[in-house]
Design a protein around this ligand. Structure first.
Ligand SMILES: Cc1cc2nc3c(=O)[nH]c(=O)nc-3n(C[C@H](O)[C@H](O)[C@H](O)COP(=O)(O)OP(=O)(O)OC[C@H]3O[C@@H](n4cnc5c(N)ncnc54)[C@H](O)[C@@H]3O)c2cc1C
Length: 483
């Protein structure tokens, strides 16, 4: 059978169809430049009906479909393979805000809406849409839901899954399922919404979503604190949870090496505290009380952490922080967050590294780090760990860089060759600590085979049954999530 006739496809929907290599090129390589592929064409439909027409054409022709939103995914899920037989389906033009309901605290948007625009639409209605991550200026809500993205506010508001009330989906056969229910309660059978969320485009195409909104916080406090160890960071977390309760919205761990990288590649972002500490915590609270009360509570927390009290009047053996700065303006808070958000870019600027997106029970983090740091140093002397992440969720980006960066005359380490062994050390330990090898970035093609090794045969068989039931032709993003 020859290549399918694209003129027929072009006629079947109203959007754009790109076929020139120069036009399609940006869609065929992932954000990190790690994966690249080829495609028959890039289809850019404007409406859900057009998405359905494209999918029906693909199903009839048995053409694989690779959905793509903002192409910021970190697991290669939105990149086609090298065969050139797949159609890349970009949802970027499906980007309208359909409805806002401030009384129901809900917002319905199309899948291609950029996350920052979704946040703005909520703000325009006097509400908060709390999903927040470094790629928010480019990633789309469809991609966020397809990967069940986490980000920096999970501690208080949950992952993308918890922020979604309903979905509209084009199924693998090209039918439209309107599940845009703006309900907090709906126990009417299997939860199809939850099946599509996190399925990374392998079961169907998300075309719109109804999202949960929250009251805008009256006051937000941000601080950057130095801690001597992950253990002390956890003591600070416990204290902050006790003192701030649900107002604690973010709790990020950052190693000193991360700060060094940001300083080196983004010198305009200055180190917030003098001197060096092995680790830092960036913490944030969002209060419904006024500014004065929020400041008092937050200053009280930092004071107790510095003085070494578990609770007012109950001294502990040692303070859990050694220094701290509390942002005194929105601009200062933004510059503290900018440091956190530039770590990934600084790492990229420095050179290749091996990324891990792991989670373990929060209480196990110090033991996990002690074991894996030591094992990596024993097996691969001098490797450097770029460790940061959402400590409050037990999720760390435990990335590994070669030992020889910046060492003149040192032969470069073949990181690619070391990757399987380094992954094995890190991920075997993750499983030993009852964790996950992909906390928030999904499996895509990056973690597909490792997940198959670590998951039980029962779990893999159930996942294959779901895939077979919802995509019997196997055209939805083949080779991603499942082999
Ligand atoms: C600087 C930076 C920081 C990041 N920080 C975080 C973070 O803190 N937390 C986090 O979780 N992630 C983070 N990410 C990863 C990434 O931004 C998220 O995975 C995001 O949700 C991807 O959205 P996207 O629109 O770019 O999706 P894409 O990259 O285009 O696609 C991702 C996957 O979803 C599928 N997909 C996309 N749209 C649809 C759709 N409409 N229907 C069905 N399937 C679809 C694709 O096929 C692919 O498998 C970060 C990335 C960068 C570059």
């Amino acid at each position: 059978m020859g290549a399918p006739d694209l003129t027929e496809l072009a006629a079947s929907f109203q959007g754009r169809l790109l076929t020139d290599a120069a036009d399609t090129a940006p869609f065929l390589v992932d954000w990190r430049g790690r994966y690249s592929g080829l495609a028959l064409a890039v289809a850019q439909p404007d409406t859900t009906e057009d998405v359905a027409a494209v999918v029906r054409w693909c199903a009839a022709q048995r053409v694989p479909i690779v959905p793509q939103g903002g192409n910021t995914g970190l697991s290669g899920g939105g990149t086609p393979d090298a065969s050139g037989t797949a159609l890349l389906l970009s949802l970027a033009r499906l980007n309208r805000v359909r409805a806002v309901d401030p009384v129901n605290n809900s917002l319905t948007v199309e899948a291609g809406c950029v996350l920052a625009n979704v946040q703005q639409a909520a703000r325009d209605a006097g509400r908060l849409f709390p999903l927040s991550l470094g790629a928010q200026g480019s990633c789309t809500i469809g991609g966020n839901l397809a990967t069940n993205a986490g980000g920096t506010q999970v501690l208080r508001y949950g992952n993308s899954r918890e922020l979604c009330l309903g979905l509209e989906v084009v199924t693998a056969s090209g039918e439209i399922w309107n599940g845009l229910r703006a309900l907090r309660k709906d126990n009417t059978g299997y939860d199809l919404r939850d099946l599509y969320i996190g399925s990374e485009g392998t079961l169907g195409v998300i075309t719109a979503a109804t999202l949960k909104l929250f009251p805008l916080p009256a006051a937000q406090m941000t601080a950057f604190a130095a801690v001597s160890s992950p253990d002390d960071a956890l003591r600070l977390l416990a204290l902050a949870q006790q003192q701030l309760g649900a107002a604690l919205t973010a709790f990020e761990l950052i190693s000193d090496f991360c700060i060094e990288l940001v300083e080196r590649h983004f010198p305009e972002l200055r180190r917030p505290l003098a001197g060096h500490s092995p680790y830092y915590v960036l913490l944030e609270s969002s209060d419904s009380d006024g500014e004065a009360q929020a400041t008092e509570r937050f200053e009280g927390l930092l004071g107790e952490a510095l003085a070494g009290e578990d609770a007012p009047g109950r001294p502990t053996a040692a303070p859990c922080i050694t220094d701290a700065v509390l942002a005194s303006s929105l601009a200062q808070a933004r510059s503290l967050w900018a440091i956190r958000e530039h770590i990934t870019m600084a790492q990229m600027a420095e050179g290749k590294n091996i990324k891990h997106d792991i989670s373990v029970p929060i209480s196990s983090i110090p033991a996990f780090l002690e074991q894996v740091d030591a094992e990596l140093e024993r097996r691969f002397p001098g490797v450097r760990v770029v460790n940061f992440g959402h400590l409050g969720d037990g999720n760390l980006h435990y990335n590994v860089s070669p030992p020889d960066w910046g060492t003149a005359g040192h032969p470069p380490t073949d990181l690619q060759a070391l990757q399987p062994d380094i992954n094995r050390v890190v991920h075997d330990a993750v499983i030993e600590f009852n964790g996950s090898i992909s906390a928030e970035h999904g499996l895509g093609q990056l973690r597909r085979d490792e997940a198959a090794r670590y998951k039980s045969p029962v779990e893999m068989a159930l996942m294959r049954s779901v895939k077979q039931a919802l995509d019997p032709l196997g055209i939805m993003n083949p080779g991603k999530v499942l082999g």
